[in-house]
Design a protein around this ligand. Sequence first.
Ligand SMILES: [Fe+2]
Ligand SMILES: [Fe+2]
Length: 214
Amino acid sequence: MTLPTAVTVDTSPISAAAAHDDLDPLWRAVVTESRSRQNDIHLPISFAFAERLCDAYPEADALVVRVATLLHDTGWARVEQDRIISEGFAGDWRRADVRYEHERHGCDIAREVLPPLGYDDAFITRVTDIIDGHDTRQVSHSIEDSLMRDADRLWRFTATGIALASSWFGSTPAAYCARLRVEIVPELLTDAAVQMALAELERAEILLKIEQLS
Ligand SMILES: [Fe+2]
Ligand SMILES: [Fe+2]
């Protein structure tokens, strides 16, 4: 059962999302860490979805969700790069050691970059509690955790996410879109994310001629 929302969900193209600049110093603090696993594409798109999800669930602490989403995968920059695809996207990829490693490194990076920007220990712990286990822990601990998890998945439903993720998994765009519907939509935790996912996927399938190129 997904988390309902009383708010009308904005399902317009995420590429048209309003831009906020209050976290620009944090983006600039992780430039180096963004240059791995196309995180300089994944993180901004997931971040835009995180902001939309926070609009749909105003009871969540939006700053925690936004900072956790911005930083959650930065740890990929500190694992052996040739293991990202070989272990992180093949076989039992959800349980690969490299997945646990990127979560631990992501927490380290949060503890390095957030204090100089003025974030206190209590806030940083709330962020690292979400980053730690975001791929490998089965359950969400809070609404902020759930919104970050949904933002992490939602980017895949865009044409950009389909392009990158289908190549990582060695899949065609059509096969990857089918997988999104069958496997990833049921993993979403909130009603708002399901609405956004289906709207983005419908647009991407038309744009990418998925029916014709199946
Ligand atoms: Fe991750
Ligand atoms: Fe991610």
